[in-house]
Design a protein around this ligand. Structure first.
Ligand SMILES: NC(=O)C1=CN([C@@H]2O[C@H](COP(=O)(O)OP(=O)(O)OC[C@H]3O[C@@H](n4cnc5c(N)ncnc54)[C@H](O)[C@@H]3O)[C@@H](O)[C@H]2O)C=CC1
Ligand SMILES: O=C1[C@@H](O)[C@H](O)[C@@H](O)[C@H](O)[C@H]1O
Length: 337
């Protein structure tokens, strides 16, 4: 197929605008064909200077716009289920930002809808699977050189949380990345969650439990801990250390320029995900475009999105109850065997 893949982008906020720029200027083989956002001004700003894009307030109008062959969903999580089902009805391949659907019941409806189609159509935006450091860690663990993984120690820090960010979103939006990364790195399901709540930072909004300390148990007896702190005020830091029977490996230490002058040294710290994971997003979207043009889905899929939502939902219940909550997963349809 030599024709560029026409993409409808749903949601032109922080991520949507960045993906529009990426499809227009970074990625090969695709173009932005349509954008939908109820905030028309945002959509128009995001496509300024790009030719041949139609702007819509309704998702259905963007999906039905001329030239649309695929969809990138970057609207808020609660809008994802409707967008995915609308894309499936039209047979359109999708890259859907995480969380695929925040509630596990809605995520399962998406699994069932794709399973009814009998072919995979959607990829979920767990971009850490494309980050070069995570890719190296995965290859090292898979090689067996370090022996069986016993623990993952993870850190996930943001400078500040966006308006409206809730204590549940700390788990089902922020920690959804660690949930997917742990499932992928270890090749195991997460089976139970406990969430501890240190005293909240005085810099966090009054009603936000931040930081949180999340502990996952896995099907084969490993442990995964996550310090998540989304109002540090100082930087975006994502780290992961795998402790295995014959060694350990750690990623995410700042590799930015270090400047030494008389009397001291200074190391830059990324301020947000768009900087820290810029390369990962580029690789993710390029891989999605390449696979879509070949009629394939190669990245994390709808089952991964559902599993992450089910684990996160157990995490939210653990946060609320203060106890250990077992993860309940539905039976996996044959499509995802
Ligand atoms: N992979 C990653 O690292 C990141 C992923 N995200 C995810 O990206 C998605 C969007 O997040 P942000 O861009 O930060 O939010 P945002 O609030 O900046 O932008 C969302 C946009 O969607 C629009 N919108 C609302 N309802 C809509 C609908 N039904 N259809 C189309 N557009 C609609 C809003 O008007 C707004 O312009 C979320 O799922 C979020 O979890 C966000 C940040 C980083
Ligand atoms: O996905 C993301 C945001 O939605 C979330 O709010 C942040 O905590 C994460 O660091 C970022 O990667």
């Amino acid at each position: 197929m030599s024709e560029l893949l026409g993409v409808a982008v749903l949601g032109a906020g922080h991520m949507g605008a960045d993906h529009i720029r990426r499809i227009d200027r970074v990625v090969n083989g695709a173009r932005v064909a349509a954008v939908a956002d109820p905030d028309t001004g945002r959509a128009e700003d995001a496509v300024a200077g790009i030719d041949g894009v139609s702007v819509h307030t309704e998702v259905s109008a963007a999906l039905d716009a001329p030239g649309v062959r695929a969809v990138l969903v970057a609207s808020p999580g609660p809008a994802h289920e409707e967008a995915l089902l609308a894309a499936f009805e039209r047979g359109l391949p999708v890259l859907c930002e995480k969380p695929m659907v925040p509630e596990s019941a809605g995520a399962l409806r998406v699994v069932e809808a794709e399973a009814r189609l009998g072919r995979r159509l959607a990829q979920v935006g767990f971009m850490r699977r494309y980050d070069p450091e995570y890719v190296r860690l995965k290859a090292l663990l898979d090689s067996g050189r370090l022996g069986r993984p016993l623990m993952l120690h993870c850190t996930h820090r943001n400078v500040s949380s966006p308006p409206g960010f809730t204590s549940a979103m700390v788990v089902n939006s922020s920690v959804s990345h660690e949930i997917d990364a742990a499932r992928w790195l270890l090749g195991q399901e997460l089976t139970a969650v406990t969430v501890l709540r240190p005293r909240p930072s005085t810099h966090a909004p009054a009603d936000l439990l931040d930081p949180q300390f999340v502990l996952f148990e896995t099907a084969e007896g490993a442990l995964v801990d996550v310090e998540v702190f989304v109002n540090t005020g100082f930087g975006y830091q994502v780290r992961c250390e795998a402790v295995c029977e014959s060694g350990s490996a750690r990623i995410g230490d700042e590799d930015a320029m270090r400047v030494t002058t008389a009397g001291g040294a200074h190391q830059e710290v990324a301020q947000d995900y768009l900087v820290r994971f810029a390369d990962a997003y580029d690789r993710e979207v390029q891989a999605w475009v390449d696979a879509t043009r070949e009629g394939r889905v190669t990245g994390p899929g709808v089952w991964d999105g559902y599993a992450a939502s089910a684990v996160a939902e157990a995490g939210v219940r653990a946060l609320e109850s203060g106890g250990r909550v077992a993860v309940e997963l539905a039976a996996r349809p044959a499509l995802y065997a």
